[in-house]
Ligand binder design. Structure first.
Ligand code: COA
Length: 270
C-alpha cells in the first residue's frame, strides 16, 4: 500500500486495530505516512500495537476500551481529535464470533456478539461523527459474508453483521451530504486470524475452507488493507454505501457450504 498511496498528514482511527486484520490495516496506513490511533479491549495488545506503529515512525495512540462501553469509546475519539486532529479515516473492525447453533447457544452468547459487532460499530461511528473531517472523511466498517448469506452455526454473527451492512448504508445516506463516505469491506477467510482459528480450527476444516474459495486459497490481511487504502483514497471518491467483498469469490456459494459441513461435523462428534 505504501508504494501506491500517501496518507501523510492524515489521521486514522482503527477500532479493533491491535490484532489480526485490523492491526495490519493500521500498520499499512502508518507505512503510508498516517498518524494512527487504535482501540481494543486488551491493554497488552494495545501496548504492543502502539509499539509496532511507533517503530514504523509515525505518531500512534492506543486506547484499552471495550466497544460496548460508549463512554470509553467517546473518550478515545475525543482524545484522538485533541491529540492528532480531525479524523480522516475511521475503520470499525472490532468483532467477536464462535460457531454455535441457534437452538443451543445461550441468550447471553447471542447478545455478546450483537453487542460487540453491531452496537459496538454504532458506538464507534456515533462517537466519531463530531470528530470526522467534513468534508473529506471516510468510514470503513469491517463486515462479513454472514451479513448477506445465512450460515449454519452463525445466527448471532449473521444477525449482527446484517445490521452492520444496513448501518453502513444508512450512514452513507445521512452523512454523504456532509462529505463523509461510508462503506464496508467484507473479508473472506483470511490467514492467521483469530476468527478463522475459531471457525476452522483443524487441518481438515482448513482444507474444507480452502477448497470452498474459488481462488483456492485463504486471503491475506494485507489484501484487506489494500482495499481499505483504495476506499480511503481519492480513487474511490464516488464510492459511498458500498459493501465490497474481498474474498476470492467465497461468498458466491462456498461460504455457506463450509458452515453446513461444520455443522455436520459437530453433530457427528456430539
Ligand atoms: N460457544 C457458545 N457460547 C459461547 C462461546 C462458544 N464458543 N464462547 C462464548 N460463549 C458465550 C459464553 O458462554 C457467554 O454466555 P453465558 O454467559 O450464557 O455463559 C457469552 O458467550 C459471553 O461470553 P464471554 O466470554 O463472557 O463474553 P466476552 O464479552 O468476554 O467475549 C466473545 C465475547 C463471546 C465474542 C468471545 O468469543 C471473544 O471475546 N472473542 C474474541 C474475539 C473474536 O472472537 N475474534 C474473532 C472475530 S471474527
Amino acid at each position: 500500500m505504501s508504494d501506491l498511496y500517501d496518507f501523510s498528514g492524515r489521521t486514522v482511527f482503527v477500532a479493533g486495530g491491535t490484532s489480526g486484520i485490523n492491526l495490519v490495516v493500521a500498520q499499512s496506513f502508518a507505512r503510508a505516512g498516517a498518524s494512527v490511533a487504535v482501540l481494543s479491549r486488551t491493554p497488552d495488545k494495545v501496548r504492543a500495537a502502539v509499539d509496532s506503529l511507533g517503530e514504523i515512525g509515525v505518531t500512534a495512540l492506543g486506547f484499552a476500551a471495550d466497544v460496548r462501553d460508549y463512554e470509553a469509546v467517546n473518550d478515545a475519539l475525543t482524545t484522538t481529535q485533541a491529540e492528532l486532529g480531525e479524523i480522516d479515516i475511521l475503520i470499525s473492525g472490532a468483532a467477536g464470533n464462535f460457531p454455535a447453533a441457534a437452538e443451543s447457544m445461550s441468550p447471553n452468547a447471542f447478545a455478546a456478539v450483537v453487542d460487540i459487532d453491531l452496537k459496538g460499530t454504532y458506538n464507534i461511528l456515533r462517537a466519531a461523527h463530531p470528530h470526522l473531517r467534513k468534508p473529506g472523511a471516510t468510514v470503513i466498517n469491517v463486515s462479513a459474508p454472514q451479513a448477506s448469506i445465512p450460515m449454519n452455526l452463525q445466527a448471532h454473527a449473521c444477525s449482527a453483521k446484517a445490521g452492520v451492512d444496513m448501518l453502513t448504508k444508512v450512514c452513507a445516506l445521512e452523512w454523504g451530504p456532509e462529505g463523509i463516505r461510508v462503506n464496508a469491506v467484507v473479508p473472506g477467510p483470511i490467514a492467521d486470524t483469530e476468527g478463522m482459528a475459531r471457525l476452522a480450527p483443524t487441518p481438515e476444516l482448513t482444507e474444507v475452507v480452502t477448497e470452498s474459495v474459488p481462488l483456492g486459497r485463504y486471503g491475506t490481511a494485507q489484501e484487506i488493507a489494500d482495499c481499505c487504502a483504495w476506499l480511503a483514497s481519492p480513487h474511490a471518491s464516488f464510492v459511498n454505501g458500498a459493501i465490497i467483498p474481498v474474498d476470492g469469490g467465497w461468498s458466491l456459494g462456498g461460504a455457506a457450504q463450509v458452515f453446513t459441513s461444520m455443522r455436520a461435523l459437530m453433530s457427528e462428534r456430539a
